[in-house]
Write a protein that binds this ligand. Structure first.
Ligand SMILES: Cc1cc2nc3c(=O)[nH]c(=O)nc-3n(C[C@H](O)[C@H](O)[C@H](O)COP(=O)(O)OP(=O)(O)OC[C@H]3O[C@@H](n4cnc5c(N)ncnc54)[C@H](O)[C@@H]3O)c2cc1C
Length: 415
C-alpha cells in the first residue's frame, strides 16, 4: 500500500505475498537453484530470495522442466493475433519470418490459453505516444533506455485491448530505474543500475537537486528514480558521491567520472560550475549528521533545505568526488489486462471461460505505481502458477475445481 500510494488491488497484492512465501519448494522442484544474497543486497537479504545464475538460469530451468513433462516449445514464433469467439479463446495466430524473408502464418488451436507476453516497454513508438511531449517540447521517451528484452512490443496486449478486454493501469506508469546513461538501448541488465543515490545527491542538467535522495530504503525507492529523472530537463541526472560512499553500494559496470574538487567535477560533467558548487555547498551546510547507519532509517538529515534529504545525509566533502550520469531505464510497463484471483481475462466485466493472464501483462492490477524489490518475479510466479493451473483445469474439463484443489494444496504447504 505504501509503495503504490494505494493504487493496488489489495486482495490480489495479498495473494501474491502469500504465494511468494510458499513457492520455493515448487520452484526447486522445477530445477531452480537459490543462492545467498550478495553483500550490497543488505536491505533485502531478509525478505528476498536470489536465483543462482539470475533470471536467464531460472527461465532455462523452467524450459528444461517443461520439456521433460512433454511440453512442446516453439521458438521464434511471434503471436500477432488471438482468435476469439466472444470472450472465449479459440486459437493463437503466429507469423514466422524465414531467413529469406518469407512470412509463414500458423494457427494454434487450444482448449485454453495463458497470455504472458510481457508489457509494451520495448515498443518505443507506443511509449512515445503514451508519454507525449513535455512542457519544453521534448519527447521524454527519446531518452529512455529499456533494461530488458527488445521483444516485449505489446503486440498481444494491444490486440487484446483492441478486442475489448478489460484493462488496468496508466500507460505512463512503469518500473523505471535510474540507470547509467551509457547503457545500450536494450538489454543493459542489472549491471547498469546506479545504486549510490541514497549515499549522495542527485542533480539535474541545471545542476540542481530535485528529490529527497534519502526518502526510504533503496529497494523501496530505486524504481521511482527513473521516472523522477524522466521528469527532468533532457531526462538526465547525475548521481554525486564522495569517497565516504565508495564500497557501500554495488559498483556499476561503467566507471564514474572522478575529480579532486567540486568545480573540476562540474567542468568534467559539462554542468554550470557555479550553480553546481552552490548546490553541493548548500546541501553540505544543511546536513545535520547524527549516527550514520545505511542499514536503518538513520537520523542523518538536512534542515531548512528544499527538497530535503531525510536520511543518510552527510556532507559531500571527502575527495575524490565521483559522478554517474543517469537516464530513465524502463524495466516493464504497468498497463495491462484486468484480472482477479483466478487470473481470468475479462470482457466488459464478464469472465472469459478459458483465457488467462500472468506476469507483466497483468502486473498493473497489483502495481498501480511504485514498486518494491522482488515484486515483479513474485507476481509472475504467483499468477503464472494460478493461470497455468486454471488453464490446465479447463483443458482437462475440470474447470474451477482444479483451482480449488491447487489452492488447498498450497494452503497445506503453508500450514
Ligand atoms: C534488467 C532487469 C532486472 C530485473 N530484476 C528483477 C528483480 O531483481 N526482481 C524481480 O522480481 N523482477 C525483476 N525484473 C522483472 C522481471 O524480470 C519481470 O517481472 C518478469 O520477467 C516478467 O515475466 P513475464 O513472463 O511477464 O515477461 P517476460 O519475462 O518479459 O517474458 C515475456 C516473453 O514474451 C515474449 N513475447 C513478447 N511478445 C510476444 C509475442 N507477440 N509472441 C510471442 N512471444 C512474445 C518475449 O520474447 C518474452 O520472452 C527485472 C527485469 C529486468 C529487465
Amino acid at each position: 500500500l505504501k509503495v503504490t500510494g494505494g493504487l493496488t488491488n489489495e486482495p490480489l497484492a495479498r495473494l501474491v505475498i502469500r504465494h511468494s512465501s510458499r513457492c520455493r519448494p515448487w520452484m526447486r522442484g522445477h530445477g531452480v537453484h537459490f543462492q545467498p544474497p550478495l553483500s550490497g543486497a543488505l536491505h533485502v537479504a531478509r525478505t528476498n530470495a536470489f536465483f543462482m545464475g539470475g533470471g536467464k538460469a531460472l527461465v532455462n530451468a523452467y524450459y528444461r522442466s517443461a520439456e521433460r513433462l512433454g511440453v512442446q516449445v516453439h521458438y521464434d514464433a511471434p503471436v500477432d493475433a488471438i482468435e476469439l469467439d466472444g470472450g472465449r479463446f479459440v486459437a493463437a495466430r503466429v507469423a514466422r519470418t524465414d531467413a529469406d524473408g518469407t512470412v509463414r502464418h500458423e494457427r494454434f488451436e487450444a482448449r485454453s490459453c495463458v497470455l504472458a507476453a510481457g508489457g509494451f516497454e520495448s515498443n518505443i513508438p507506443w511509449m512515445r505516444e503514451a508519454w507525449g511531449r513535455n512542457a519544453d517540447g521534448e519527447w521524454p521517451v527519446d531518452n529512455f533506455l529499456i533494461r530488458g528484452t527488445r521483444y516485449n512490443m505489446g503486440t498481444v496486449l494491444k490486440f487484446m485491448l483492441d478486442a475489448g478486454a478489460d484493462s488496468i493501469g496508466d500507460p505512463t506508469q512503469a518500473h523505471c530505474v535510474a540507470i547509467d546513461a551509457r547503457a545500450p538501448l536494450y538489454d543493459g541488465g542489472i549491471c547498469t543500475r546506479i545504486d549510490c543515490v541514497s549515499l549522495g545527491v542527485v542533480v539535474n542538467r541545471n545542476a540542481e537537486r530535485f528529490y529527497d535522495e534519502g526518502e526510504d530504503f533503496w529497494p523501496k525507492r530505486y524504481a521511482i528514480w527513473g521516472r523522477l529523472v524522466a521528469l527532468q530537463p533532457g531526462q538526465i541526472g547525475y548521481s554525486i558521491i564522495d569517497a565516504k560512499a565508495v564500497g557501500r553500494f554495488m559498483p556499476p559496470v561503467f566507471p564514474g567520472t572522478t575529480a579532486g574538487t567540486l568545480p573540476e567535477l562540474a567542468r568534467k560533467l559539462g554542468l554550470d560550475e557555479a550553480v553546481f558548487v552552490r548546490t553541493v555547498e548548500r546541501f553540505n551546510a544543511a546536513c545535520r549528521v547524527g549516527t550514520f547507519d545505511h542499514t536503518a532509517l538513520d537520523d542523518c538529515r538536512t534542515e531548512g533545505l528544499t527538497p530535503p534529504k531525510t536520511h543518510w545525509a552527510r556532507p559531500i566533502d571527502v575527495p575524490p568526488f565521483t559522478a554517474y550520469p543517469v537516464r530513465p531505464g524502463v524495466t516493464f510497463t504497468y498497463l495491462g489486462l484486468k484480472t482477479d484471483e483466478r487470473a481470468s481475462v475479462f470482457f466488459g466485466g464478464q469472465r472469459s471461460p478459458n483465457l488467462f493472464v500472468a506476469g507483466e501483462m497483468m502486473a498493473g492490477n497489483v502495481l498501480g505505481k511504485g514498486y518494491t524489490a522482488g515484486v515483479g518475479m513474485s507476481i509472475g510466479t504467483a499468477f503464472g502458477r494460478i493461470a497455468g493451473t486454471q488453464a490446465a483445469g479447463v483443458a482437462l474439463g475440470a474447470g474451477a475445481s482444479a483451482f480449488e484443489t491447487s489452492m488447498k494444496g498450497a494452503h497445506d504447504v503453508l500450514a
